[in-house]
Ligand binder design. Structure first.
Ligand SMILES: Nc1ncnc2c1ncn2[C@@H]1O[C@H](COP(=O)(O)OP(=O)(O)O)[C@@H](O)[C@H]1O
Ligand SMILES: [Mg+2]
Length: 511
């Protein structure tokens, strides 16, 4: 045979596209060329394939070998083309019966000794193979991950020799099995370890229940970071559908813990010195950023004003749409990025504004300067703003046990069930109050007479914008859902709900 075709895939965002590796061997000057918009890693594939075959005792014939990655106008990135290229070369050399692997999609990186190394993106590739009714040839290290795609034929060899022997029937590869869920317990602190801070804890519970973005403002050492790291312990686990979505993104980024799907909500806390591509996505390699790794979970931005301004502004679009568009040289990719933003900041640069004994001489002007690093539109996307004052000694020394994460998690779960039922009934695409807007918000958050009058008064006095007005309504809805039992989930909002919601508005500066 002088032409062989092996199937593989290319990744574009979370989309998986079919690619054919066509290998032609012809007489002429000995050469080994790869065409079809390969990037550097793909071009170097040549050397790895040559070395791997050499390790098997096969040397390339003195012929002209051309490899075309079709479709030719799609850029090919990554090292997973090694394996299909090697299989194609073996097939044109008649070292491997091509028809036996015609129904497989192959991905894998080769080492110089012909072993097959783990690659990113196996889970989405496996889902794609299942959809197309194809088998899959992948590195052994990725077998457990691929097995989540269901009942497909998976060959997961450790090295090229094992694969050849399997195809020739002299050795049988065991089918990989899906590993049990990665159910590692929450490693952060428990809410009961946070002393005092009752207002902040209450705000955290509300934010968790309704999926609201939240900002904590307080002096250093008051427990802001601690409170944020408690959040995963009070959120419900991922639903199977969410778990798959999240795991696909982590698979593409290569951060899926060996073989297991993620079942806990992601909690990402990038440092403020992180670059924009690492946060938002893209850069040299098209990779999902922190905001996509936080999809269906939490993005915690500590020391909020210290992040680059342009980075913070770039968060606005994903916060609105739940996805992010990353530009590549000649195309765009879209990554899901529906995350809950939890931010923390000191009230000013020195950190002690408002504390008569500790504040510096520049207060309160320095606070205004510091807080103005967060733009108005950014503040507009944060439903809950809460002050976290320094902890009182009496709170630190108290013996009365605080509420545990477990009991709070139960209330959060019930409130979330009420919400998902509500939005499913309305045919909305989301499951929490945080996303309710416009007409749907008006339907789901009716007020009784007293609440209406109170709200009118507050709007006038506090000069609430229309957007702020809706923000208060959304939050009040969540507060009501937290106290409701399922049968009265459609209850009207009362003055009490509205008043509490209003208390989580930004008070320190303009807003
Ligand atoms: N409310 C609190 N209850 C118990 N310990 C606290 C509290 N606040 C702070 N701490 C202690 O101080 C440390 C620093 O708190 P941290 O959350 O990092 O403060 P912040 O982020 O507000 O500067 C915590 O690891 C914890 O040991
Ligand atoms: Mg901190």
């Amino acid at each position: 045979m002088s032409i062989a075709t092996i199937k593989t895939v290319a990744f574009q965002g979370v989309d998986v596209l079919d690619v054919d590796v066509q290998v032609q061997m012809a007489s002429g000057m000995p050469a080994f060329a790869i065409v079809g918009l390969p990037d550097k890693a793909v071009a170097e594939s040549r050397e790895r394939v040559r070395a791997s075959l050499h390790a098997l005792g096969i040397s390339l014939p003195a012929k002209r070998i051309t490899i075309n990655l079709a479709p030719a106008d799609l850029s090919k990135e990554g090292s997973h083309y090694d394996l299909p290229i090697a299989l194609g070369v073996l097939a044109v050399m008649n070292a491997l019966p091509a028809e036996d692997i015609a129904n497989y999609i192959a991905l894998g990186e080769l080492s110089l000794d012909a072993s097959i190394r783990a690659i990113n993106g196996v889970l989405p590739a496996a889902m794609h193979a299942a959809e197309k009714n194809k088998g899959l040839i992948i590195p052994k290290a990725c077998g457990a991950e691929a097995a989540w795609a269901g009942d497909i034929d998976i060959l997961a060899p450790k090295n090229l020799l094992q694969l050849i022997n399997h195809i020739k029937g002299t050795q049988v590869l065991v089918k990989p099995e899906a590993k049990l869920k990665d159910d590692r317990a929450h490693t952060g602190p428990d809410l009961s370890e946070v002393k005092g801070q009752e207002t902040a804890k209450r705000a955290l519970e509300i934010a968790a229940a309704g999926g609201h973005n939240m900002l904590m403002i307080g002096p250093p050492g008051s427990g802001k970071s601690m409170l944020a790291s408690c959040l995963p312990s009070i959120l419900p686990q991922l639903s199977p559908k969410e778990a798959l979505e999240v795991s696909m993104i982590h698979s593409l980024a290569g951060s899926l813990p060996e073989g297991g799907l993620l079942s806990r909500r992601p909690f990402r806390d990038p440092h403020h010195s992180a670059s924009q591509p690492s946060l938002i996505g893209g850069g040299n390699k098209a990779k999902p950023g922190e905001i996509s790794l936080a999809h269906n979970g939490i993005l915690f931005l500590d020391e909020f004003p210290e992040f680059q301004r342009s980075t913070l502004e770039a968060l606005r679009q994903p916060l609105e749409t739940g996805s992010v568009l990353v530009s590549r040289v000649n195309y765009h990719v879209n990554y899901p990025a529906r995350f809950q933003l939890i931010a923390a900041m000191n009230p000013c640069r020195c950190g002690y504004m408002g504390d008569p004994e500790m504040e510096c001489t520049k207060a309160p002007r320095c606070g205004g300067d510091y807080q103005s690093k967060i733009s108005g539109p950014m503040f507009d996307r944060i439903d809950v703003v809460v002050d976290v004052p320094a902890v009182q000694v009496s709170d630190l020394q108290t013996d009365t046990p605080a509420q545990s994460s477990k009991s709070v998690a139960q209330r959060v779960l019930r409130a979330r069930q009420i919400q998902s039922q509500r939005y499913a009934n309305l045919g909305a695409q989301y499951e929490v109050n945080a996303y309710a807007n416009g007409k749907i918000l008006e339907t789901v958050a009716p007020m009784d007479g007293e609440a209406k009058a109170f709200m009118a008064q507050a709007t006038d006095k506090m000069k609430l914008s229309a957007r702020a007005y809706h923000r208060v309504l959304r939050l009040a809805r969540t507060i009501a859902d937290l106290e409701a039992n399922a049968s009265v989930a459609a209850q009207e909002l009362t003055k009490k709900h509205i008043a509490e919601a209003l208390s989580y508005r930004r008070t320190s500066t303009r807003g």
